[in-house]
Write a protein that binds this ligand. Structure first.
Ligand code: NAD
Length: 251
């Protein structure tokens, strides 16, 4: 049990990678607060976790709204008595639109969820982590946060921002026993790609890089890395990004 008696908050826990992370953390002994926009999905997962004799509670919230995020960590403390781990996983994809065609609405939505949401959750957690002088943050970024050809401009910028925030937090709080790392997944089989009509030019540019991709991962492939980064085994890893793409970007 790598997370025995630890308490974790996992955002975007209702689907895909977040669901796999929450499930694995509970199996490893953690108590988990499941956060998602879609309450029915986290309720269903909480039921599965309890059937497996794990401990999970639901907290439906939009992480891009500061009023909804504000009380989330104190709620976790009230319910579980402590908070040790924050996994900032909730995120949305764009439709591969290049910068020249990106609308204000598309830009604002992607930045609000992927970057501002990660920031709001991080700031709230840091208030508690600095007081207790311990805490671990795991951000689910993307290889779109390291390279320019994996998504549209808004997603790419938002995930580069997440990686910048990861390094800043990792560095600034290193002396307070707080670590912050990111995972940069390649293609993972989830329901994130919902747009049936991607931007034709942006999609064509992105597709040029996809031909070298060795394959698609499963959410569990990313959950194992999140477990490593959340556990004591990674105590010397801070401000880092672990790429998980089967070697796609090593090409
Ligand atoms: P997914 O769509 O299966 O799951 C994302 C979850 O986040 C959903 O349950 C959704 O309801 C929730 N969510 C979205 N906006 C939210 C908000 N404002 N507040 C609270 N919850 C919200 O997608 P996924 O592929 O599991 O994505 C998880 C993370 O992994 C994202 O940050 C994504 O950018 C990243 N990622 C995914 C891939 C991939 O290929 N699937 C690759 C690289 C990075």
């Amino acid at each position: 049990m790598k997370l025995q008696d630890k308490v974790a908050i996992v955002t975007g826990a209702g689907s895909g990678i977040g669901r796999a992370i929450a499930t694995l953390f509970c199996a490893e002994g953690a108590k988990v607060l499941l956060v998602d926009l879609r309450n029915e999905n986290i309720e269903a997962l909480a039921g599965e976790i309890r059937e497996a004799e794990g401990t999970a509670l639901c907290y439906p919230a939009d992480i891009s709204r500061s009023d909804e995020v504000e009380n989330l960590v104190s709620f976790t403390l009230e319910q579980f008595g402590r908070v040790d781990i924050l996994v900032n996983n909730a995120g949305i994809m764009d439709d591969f639109t290049p910068a020249g065609d990106t609308s204000n609405e598309l830009w604002d939505r992607l930045i609000a969820v992927n970057l501002t949401g990660t920031f709001l959750m991080t700031r709230t957690a840091l208030g508690f982590f600095t007081a207790q002088r311990s805490g671990v943050i795991v951000n689910v970024a993307s290889i779109g946060g390291l390279f320019g050809g994996r998504a549209g401009a808004a997603y790419t910028a938002s995930k580069h921002g997440v990686i910048g925030l990861t390094k800043s937090v990792g560095y600034q709080y290193a002396g307070q026993n707080i670590r912050c790392n990111a995972i940069a997944p390649g293609g993972v089989a989830t329901s994130i790609l919902t747009d049936a009509h991607p931007h034709p030019f942006g999609f064509e540019r992105m597709s040029a890089g996809v031909t070298n991709a060795p394959g698609t991962g499963d959410p569990e492939d990313i959950a194992g890395i999140a477990l490593f980064l959340a556990s004591h085994e990674s105590r010397f890893v801070n401000g880092s990004v672990i790429t998980a793409d089967a070697g796609w970007t090593a090409y």
